[in-house]
Design a protein around this ligand. Structure first.
Ligand code: ZN
Ligand code: ZN
Length: 330
């Protein structure tokens, strides 16, 4: 099969041999795969030895083969797939916090990913999809947002601010607005903010008035202190600050900690999601496919992956989700 193979900071399309299908796993013919910010980061850095050289964890595909009986999934079904593979036995898994599993593995990290013609996934990770299929590529990032909103513990009529206008920030602000919360998004990409305004979300570009929002979501991360400080300033006394942004490994954050104490701000991390969040994301896409489809701004064949990475990195104009079209059959 053809796969986009990471090789010393570059990506090359290579012929890769298919392995034997594991018990209780399914083999999917990949339809489409979305590029995630973490993929972009990995493509420009050295991957640790344990890491697969085939990335891609946001994908849909058609079941080609199954190893295992008694599942609701059949050959030929179209599915979205959860990339996370928890151990199922550790304390956190038993507390139904599989997203935090200490021995957790994942498609596109410890197992070969979906920037490839075929991908193998545990059958238990598959959710059937139907109708216009494209937008189900967003099930993974949208599930991240569903989980973050659950962590926010919002109450009726509360006000929310999302800081960061990338795909996660945009999807999160859309979902909060959709759920009836007065929602603002702050970002630096003019076209992205215009797009959010069209979806009914209020936007901010200048500095934020202090002490204003019940809940603030940080979605930028990386190696910078600016956005988290802004968030901490913008959240009301007694409010909650939810951090989804992926901060760089080893980055030590200079925090105005006195603010947490004086104003009793709760600082909350939110990492990926569990099965129910993913199922809810799939349901949201089924109901709102048309509007969510607009978050997919670029579609390129797998053979043009280098160009796709360039587009996703540059973020010129409206660049939310960049998608690789792999199967020729949708
Ligand atoms: Zn992702
Ligand atoms: Zn576990």
């Amino acid at each position: 099969m053809k796969a986009a193979f990471y090789s010393e900071g570059k990506v090359v399309i290579t012929e890769v041999e298919l392995k034997q299908l594991r018990d209780q796993w399914a083999r999917l013919r990949v339809g489409k795969t979305g590029l995630c910010g973490t993929d972009l980061f990995k493509f420009s850095h050295t991957l640790p030895d344990f890491h697969t050289k085939i990335l891609g964890h946001e994908f849909i595909g058609q079941v080609e083969d199954l190893c295992g009986l008694g599942s609701k999934i059949e050959r030929g079904d179209w599915v979205a797939a959860i990339p996370l593979i928890p151990c199922g036995t550790c304390e956190l898994c038993r507390q139904h916090r599989q997203n935090l599993c200490l021995g957790g593995q994942a498609i596109g990290r410890t197992f070969e990913g979906a920037l490839s013609e075929y991908v193998d996934v545990p059958i238990a990770n598959l959710v059937k999809i139907e109708g216009p299929l494209d937008c189900y590529v967003l099930a993974d990032p949208l599930a991240v947002c569903v989980h973050a909103i659950r962590n926010a513990g919002l109450e009726h009529n509360q006000t929310c601010l999302v800081v960061g206008d990338g795909a996660i920030g945009g999807l999160l602000a859309w979902l909060l607005h959709q759920m009836g919360f007065a929602t603002w998004i702050k970002g630096v990409h003019h076209e992205h903010l215009q797009f959010m305004e069209k979806l009914g979300v209020d936007t901010l570009t200048s500095s934020i008035r202090a002490d204003r929002f019940d809940c603030v979501f940080e979605t930028v991360g990386r190696s910078q202190a600016g956005t988290l400080d802004e968030c901490l300033c913008a959240v009301k006394s007694g409010g909650r600050l939810v951090v989804l942004g992926v901060f760089a490994e080893g980055y030590i954050y200079p925090l105005a900690a006195r603010n947490l104490f004086i104003r009793e701000v709760e600082l909350y991390g939110s990492n990926s999601y569990v099965l129910e969040d993913f199922q809810r994301a799939v349901e949201l896409i089924r109901l709102n496919g048309k509007v969510l489809g607009e978050f997919i701004t670029h579609r390129l064949p797998l053979s043009r992956i280098e160009e796709a990475l360039l587009i996703a990195n540059k973020k010129e104009g409206l660049t939310l989700k960049v998608l690789l079209e792999i199967g020729e059959f949708i």
